[in-house]
Ligand binder design. Structure first.
Ligand code: 8YV
Length: 325
């Protein structure tokens, strides 16, 4: 039997590509430039190849219009991400196209990046590195680049899912107090003593560090706005490893400029890979290029999840194990 054709929009780790090529008639993108800058390209390549599945990724333009224009034979969008905000799930449902993602395997790696950013923001690590690299360091000084300690501080986790809970576990090792805001309270074994808040106001007033782990999309757009920033403690820190759309950049930049927010650490941006120039002009913000899941181990595991999803539907004729819609 002929192997099912799949279209892979991004260059993936070598081992993942080798497995894909052994199981499928995989049309691999071996260039660094994605095959998915716009919906028209995705549709054109799907039609040309007759693909039954697309292995896509965060940032790919799978909006309602693109999904509506995909050919009949396309049966599954397997995304190399846990986030699905780049895919119009209702449009996929309406077309009977399955959507599957890669949950769990990237939680620890993403929490590591949140933790890194929290420390970079608290301890001014980026500023220090720039100083040394610029050859401008004139020697240790008692008042040089003083940051704040995390020990004993209150960490506020916005979105207490798997990633947020991994971060909470790491932060307990720093003797931080954990607070969380979530759609609903989680079970005590998941809570591990973390303090649940049922209002934004109470949550924002209680914390020294806000770490954001909410999905993107219309419902969460600009969740962190001027009004909520004004409710935070003066000198608090902000970290975002979820989606850039959840932050109103103008408001955060103003708060960083005024010192109302002491420092921030960002891994994701509204409109990435573009970064608001206001951030680039500030010293008190650490900026990473969407590294959340970027470990060798995690990217292999994400590839394995994608393969499981594609093989289930296209080879075994059963439900993808990590179906999102
Ligand atoms: C990925 C992510 O690195 O999984 C997600 O939703 O944002 C990241 O883990 C990236 O988006 C690749 O698809």
């Amino acid at each position: 039997m002929a192997k099912p054709v799949i279209l892979v929009t991004r260059k993936l780790p070598e081992d993942v590509e080798a497995r894909l090529a052994s199981l499928f008639d995989a049309r691999l993108n071996t260039a660094d430039e994605p095959w998915s800058r716009d919906g028209a390209e995705i549709v054109r390549r799907t039609v040309e190849t007759g693909a039954a599945g697309i292995l896509c990724a965060a940032g790919d333009a799978l909006d309602a219009r693109t999904i509506g224009a995909l050919p009949e034979g396309l049966r599954i969008l397997a995304t190399f991400s846990v986030g699905t905000d780049h895919i119009d799930l209702d449009a996929a449902r309406a077309r009977g196209i399955a959507v599957a993602n890669t949950p769990e395997v990237l939680s620890f790696a993403t929490a590591e990046i949140a933790f890194t950013l929290m420390l970079m923001a608290a301890r001014r690590a980026g500023e220090g590195e720039r100083l040394v690299r610029a050859g401008a360091w004139t020697g240790w000084a008692p008042t040089q680049l003083m940051g704040v300690t995390l020990e004993g501080k209150a960490l506020g986790v916005l979105g207490f899912g798997r990633i947020g809970r991994e971060l909470a576990a790491m932060a307990r090792g720093m003797r931080m107090e954990i607070h969380y805001r979530n759609r609903s309270r989680v079970a005590p074994e998941l809570e591990q003593g973390a303090i649940f808040h049922d209002s934004d106001d109470g949550f924002l007033a209680a914390i020294d560090v806000l770490s954001m782990h909410i999905p993107g999309g219309a419902a969460t757009r600009h969740w962190l706005n001027a009004e909520r920033l004004a409710k935070m403690r003066r000198g608090a820190l902000v970290v975002n490893t979820g989606r850039g759309t959840t932050v109103d950049d103008e408001a955060l930049i103003a708060a960083l400029r005024s010192g109302r927010i002491r420092a921030a650490g960002l891994d994701v941006y509204d409109g990435e890979p573009k970064v608001h120039p206001g951030y680039l002009a500030l010293e008190n913000v650490a900026l990473l290029p969407h590294l959340g899941s970027a470990t060798i181990e995690t990217r292999d595991a994400m590839g394995a999840r994608c393969i499981e999803n594609l093989a289930a539907l296209l080879i075994d004729g059963r439900e993808p194990p990590y179906r999102a819609a």
